[in-house]
Design a protein. Structure first.
Length: 122
């Protein structure tokens, strides 16, 4: 697991479906689906629907997940990041996952999936 303080300037962080030419795009989609099994224990909502996952790329068996947390002081941060790494590595075609924690763009409730946001009353 890698902590970085960088931002992805070349693409909209909400696009989040990048994949390298040598890895079929469906592997990145499978990683994204696997990430839906990781929930924020305080909110009980998966990290994809919460809008914490900004990008998923797969290249030569390595999944690169760029994500954030709801706040820098998130007490469940280690658990969430470890769960993301484990979930990505559970996908066939992924040998290793690197999870990069970024703070830009900063997470806001507007990043929550609209259907989930409506269920939460936002």
């Amino acid at each position: 697991m890698t902590d970085t303080m960088e931002t992805k300037d070349t693409r909209d962080p909400m696009d989040g479906m990048g994949s390298a030419d040598d890895a079929p795009p469906e592997i990145a989609e499978k990683v994204r689906t696997a990430l839906r099994t990781v929930t924020d224990p305080e909110l009980g909502i998966n990290i994809v629907d919460l809008g914490l996952v900004y990008d998923v790329e797969v290249e030569e068996g390595e999944a690169k997940v760029t994500m954030t947390l709801t706040s820098p002081g998130c007490p469940a941060g280690g658990q969430i990041l470890g769960g993301a790494k484990d979930a990505a590595e559970s996908v066939d075609g992924v040998e290793e996952a690197v999870v990069s924690l970024v703070w830009k763009p900063f997470w806001t409730p507007e990043r929550i999936d609209p259907a989930v946001r409506a269920m939460m009353g936002f």
